[in-house]
Design a protein. Structure first.
Length: 309
């Protein structure tokens, strides 16, 4: 019998815990046919509702259900890492509790593992139900990331992914504090099969990712897997030095030849503001990378566990 670990990060998903369980085990005939045992691992990311209580109820009915509950909210990236560490299976699948990752795809995903793929990943080909502005910026993020980073991040990629133990161990070996899982998936490599499907809206509840949280998450991804912003800051600094030097020469020549006095304080103020803005922008880029280093060298744990069964 093969053991399949199903890792489900949860944050205020009380309404979806039972529904996810029911949907997953609609594949019971497939699991039986392929001689697959299942362990279902809910990772509670410091929920403020009854998520933990719902998981406990499931545990009383089915010992295949497990829970790792955090002491507070540490974020989805920490929940993913905790789930992969908890998983004991030869195969591990990562899924969202809101059922936007259809469990019905599991038989097809498993078939590709049987063909020799190391992992089977999913991507949305549509963004039905998502605000147009959010969809636009999401596509721009993937486009920018694939231009400035050597790590491929597929547009529309979901965290929904079936992996062999070798891939999971490779991901766990990257124990960095500042985590960007989509980039880590691409960085570790291995032979991956991509499955496309149309976007499925969440069954119940509301998304926990606001536009601002997604923007901050995108910055995490850029700074985690690209140093191009630092190069941009350096190039901007060099260009402004050249521009300033040329402007000094122009001012001296104009004064010596034409006797034109130095004047125009409004334009001078504008130039000072522009240069100051560029300096602060570049300083902010450097600060982002320094802040990542600061968090890494402190070696704080990625998460703290309150309850584990």
């Amino acid at each position: 019998m093969k053991l399949l670990s199903v890792v489900v990060p949860c944050y205020n998903e009380e309404e979806n815990v039972r529904d996810f369980y029911d949907e997953l085990f609609k594949n019971a005939a497939f699991f039986h046919e392929k001689e697959i045992e299942v362990e279902l691992i809910y990772i509670d990311d410091g929920s403020g509702d009854g998520t933990v209580q719902e998981v406990r109820k499931l545990r009383e009915q089915d010992t295949r259900v497990h829970l790792v509950s955090f002491s507070r909210n540490f974020g989805k990236e920490a929940a993913i890492y905790a789930g992969l560490k908890k998983a004991q299976g030869e195969l591990v699948v990562l899924m969202d509790a809101d059922l936007q990752d259809p469990p019905a795809l599991l038989p097809e995903m498993y078939s590709y593992i049987e063909q020799g793929y190391d992992s089977v990943a999913t991507r949305r080909v549509t963004r039905k139900g998502e605000p147009p502005v959010r969809s636009f910026f999401a596509r721009m993020f993937y486009r920018i990331m694939n231009r400035i980073s050597r790590t491929e991040i597929v547009d529309g990629a979901r965290d929904y992914r079936l992996m062999t133990r070798q891939v999971v161990d490779a991901i766990l070996s990257m124990s960095e504090y500042n985590r960007f899982t989509k980039g880590i998936f691409g960085w570790v490599g291995y032979e991956t099969k991509w499955l496309e499907y149309e976007n499925v809206e969440r069954r119940k509840g509301e998304t926990k990712f606001s536009f601002w949280k997604l923007f901050v998450y995108s910055l995490e991804g850029i700074t985690a897997f690209s140093t191009v912003p630092l190069t941009i800051a350096a190039v901007l600094g060099a260009l402004f030095c050249v521009f300033a030097f040329a402007l000094i020469i122009f001012t001296i020549v104009r004064t010596l030849i034409f006797g034109d006095p130095t004047s125009g304080w409004p334009s001078l103020v504008c130039i000072i503001m522009l240069v100051s803005g560029v300096q602060l922008f570049c300083l902010g880029i450097v600060g982002q990378y320094l802040s990542k280093m600061y968090m890494e060298v402190k070696r704080r744990p990625i998460y703290l566990v309150k309850e584990d069964f």
